[in-house]
Design a binder for this molecule. Sequence first.
Ligand code: GLU
Length: 478
Amino acid sequence: MTVRVRFAPSPTGNLHIGTLRAALFNWLFAKAKKGTFVLRIEDTDRERSKPEFETNIYDGLKWLGFTPDEGPLEGGDFGPYRQSERIEQGVYHDIADRLIKEGKAYYCFLTDEDIQREKESAIKKGIPYVHSRKSSEMSESEIKNCLSEGKPYAIRFKMTEDKIITFKDSVRQTIEFDCSLISDFVLMKSDGTPSYNFAVVVDDALMAITHVIRGEDHISNMPRQLSLYEALGYKVPEFAHLPMILGPDKSKLSKRHGATAVTEYRDQGFLKESFMNYLALLGWSPKDEQELLSEDELVSQFDLDRVHKSGAVFDIKKLVWMNGQYIRQISDSQFSTLLRSYLSEDYQQKLSLLTEEKQHLALFSVRDNLDVLSDINTYIDVFLETESDYDSKSKDIVLNDDQRTVLSSFLSLSKECKSSEEFMGCLNSICESLSLGKGKVFKPVRLAVTARQSGPFIGDVLAFFGVDRLRERIQRCL
Ligand code: GLU
């Protein structure tokens, strides 16, 4: 069997973390099984679906390299891959018609008010609401009359009553549903668009999807979808429902926990390698609990049987830590190219005035300080500011007596220094002569030469500015 999986986002908002995690697990599964990764755009909600959100979805997929094998832009033998286009082709309409003819669905002329009344009456009686199925008892001529009068209608599916539906999820145990409490549900709405449950089953079947991998919030849709598979005589795919992604307070991850849109993470300077790695661990773990996994390792180790059942907490601190690890790990040329793209225009301009060697020093000296690549803009100004910028910052420095002693001893000791090696040697010998730890010596020197409490390694700053300029700054600071 050739594995065919699909990622089926609705373009009603920017691609968010939970949705991208579903894309990743589908993509990994397809790669691991040498299968096909299909992108289907579920844009049946005409009002909320927007082309810019589809673009944002593509942007997120492109960033991580999840190129669909089939999709709206890629084409394929099972298209169209946008549900709006499938509506235009009459795909859902024709199948709903077939179900009516077979007595498995019916026209429902009840208005919203009628349904509201039914619900209120159920509440009064203290019983759970189940749709009354009134319209299904209409005679053929009554239906014809209503249709010719142009009365609005929906097409509803007749749920099998008194039936227990069971299914085995690849992530969970067997799950059971009692159908007697499930109302006849809408297949086609009065505006001629299909409901989610109907469109998803029709499309998954017609696109020959073998495995449906999606969020566990869709488990409650299973009795409806499985009933449809049965009524339509379609082969049922395997299902894997992924655990929810939670915020640190264990509630469903949402905007109030911070950025949820994937492109915001890209724009802050998270690397695709770390983002993919971190996302893969949200609800899945490899056999040996290894944390840093390359794309190839993820593909070779991924399987559905190691997907967790319980919710996965999105921990931004861990993602930031992981990103730092990858920033130090990627190749120098990848680092340099990527980092430059995160520099503000002003800094790009200033950097371009430096020699190649100094540009390299400025960019690479802050590598260990970066959590995300856009941090470059808070560190690099040490190298790009003018002497008068430095002066105005250093005016606010307050040195204590010990720090003054360190700086004065350092100035007298470094008089003869010519090279940066000698200069660093001086720093180390001061630690010894004054019996001070490195921090106590390096900190005032850093403060005096950069007017900052933290930043790049002092040896790099020295190599950039040279001995004379640094001695002069210390002098001025004192
Ligand atoms: N469009 C649905 C969603 O974004 C797809 C659900 C599914 O994968 O079945 O939630």
